[in-house]
Design a protein around this ligand. Structure first.
Ligand code: IPM
Ligand code: MN
Length: 355
């Protein structure tokens, strides 16, 4: 029995999470595993009503679950970054979810904005360090609002932090058994503090002689990702660059409408979410595409060890996209949020009964 905490959050979060849960229910019936869920209301509405963002006691409660399923956080009525930091940041930092795993796979050629790129050329996994870097909020402002204002943010890297991310990336490359290559993405030529990544990568790499070690500076990596995405197998990077380059990577797989991520601490409770935001303007309109959230459920099942159920979801989504029954991944797909959830559910049932 899996215990799953559900945090729909803001904007379209509630609607896309509902569809993710619909698909989860279908695959659990087909594959015969059981789970229970508990809903948590945190987000802008709850904050504006109660003044509460993410109470400390919730974190110890969240540790009792096997996985957390998050919709989206962010609302224009609340100060920029406040809820994101308290909720997403809170969970990542306090539960020490040190890996942000972002698979990038093109399921249908017509979804790719790059010329002449085929699905087999876009198949990679980004391992983004998830607990350090410029995200720690170490720093601050001084003489704010005056001509002498100073504003400082610290890029913080620890040996432990980069080592565990790098090691995880090598393990992913080994398990994938594809190109057997890990690319370190950094900017150690300008930001010398990132030399800790270069050195740790070389050291840890010695333990994986069968895995090729590759390197690209973040600026060049952005260029290669557009020009030669087939060069990437597994990439590992510090937090902030990983945040940026995975939005770019999401676009070459069809956009934020399909990109999902896992905030992972191997062996402990971990959190799964679409990488898109809360899209407040689409809230309650039943137009947002829920596939990214459905793919987050797919990653959650993979993490929980329900490989066959995860594979059913992935095959169903791939089939709906490559057959063009779902033509696009935006709010303009011609299908409502709930319709897409129903289509994936039906496809999962069809595939599940034929195997
Ligand atoms: C993401 C998001 C977050 C991040 C924001 C909402 C703080 O963009 O998960 O990629 O920057 O990590
Ligand atoms: Mn991001």
């Amino acid at each position: 029995m899996y215990r799953i905490a559900v945090l729909p959050g803001d904007g379209i979060g509630e609607e896309v999470v509902r569809e993710g849960m619909k698909v989860l229910k279908a695959v659990s019936e087909i594959r015969g595993f059981r789970y229970e869920t508990k809903m948590y209301p945190f987000g802008a509405d709850h904050y504006l009503k109660t003044g509460e963002m993410m109470p400390e006691s919730v974190f110890s409660e969240l540790r009792q679950f096997h996985a957390l399923f998050l919709g989206a956080i962010g609302d224009p009525r609340v100060e920029t970054g406040l809820l994101e930091h308290a909720i997403i940041g809170g969970v990542r930092f306090k539960l020490d979810l040190y890996i942000n795993l972002r698979p990038v796979k093109l399921y249908a050629e017509h979804l790719c904005p790059l010329k002449d790129k085929k699905p087999e050329q876009i198949d990679m996994v980004f391992v983004r360090e998830n607990t350090e870097d410029a995200y720690t909020r170490i720093g601050g402002t001084f003489k704010q609002g005056t001509p002498d204002e100073v504003s400082i943010a610290t890029m913080l890297y620890t040996r432990k932090g980069c080592e565990r991310a790098i090691r995880y990336a090598f393990e992913v490359a080994r398990a994938r058994n594809k190109q057997k290559k890990v690319t370190l993405i950094d900017k150690a030529n300008a930001i010398r503090a990132q030399d800790i990544w270069t050195r740790t990568f070389a050291e840890v790499g010695k333990e994986y002689p069968e895995i090729q070690q590759d390197h690209a500076y973040i600026d060049a990596a952005c260029m290669w990702l557009v020009k030669n995405p087939e060069w990437f197998d597994v990439a590992v990077s510090p937090n902030i660059f990983g945040d940026i380059i995975t939005d770019l990577a999401a676009v070459i797989q069809g956009g934020l409408g399909i990109a999902a991520s896992g905030n992972i601490h191997p062996g402990q409770v971990s959190m799964f979410e679409p990488i898109h935001g809360s899209a407040p303007k689409y809230r309650g309109k039943n137009v947002a595409n829920p596939i990214a959230t459905i793919m987050a459920a797919q990653m959650m099942l993979e993490f929980l060890g329900e490989k066959a159920a995860a594979s059913l979801i992935e095959r169903a989504v791939a089939e709906l996209l490559s057959s063009k029954r779902i033509r696009s991944l935006g709010a303009d797909s011609g299908h409502s949020t709930s319709e897409i959830g129903d289509m994936v559910t039906a496809e999962v049932r069809r595939l599940g009964s034929s195997t």
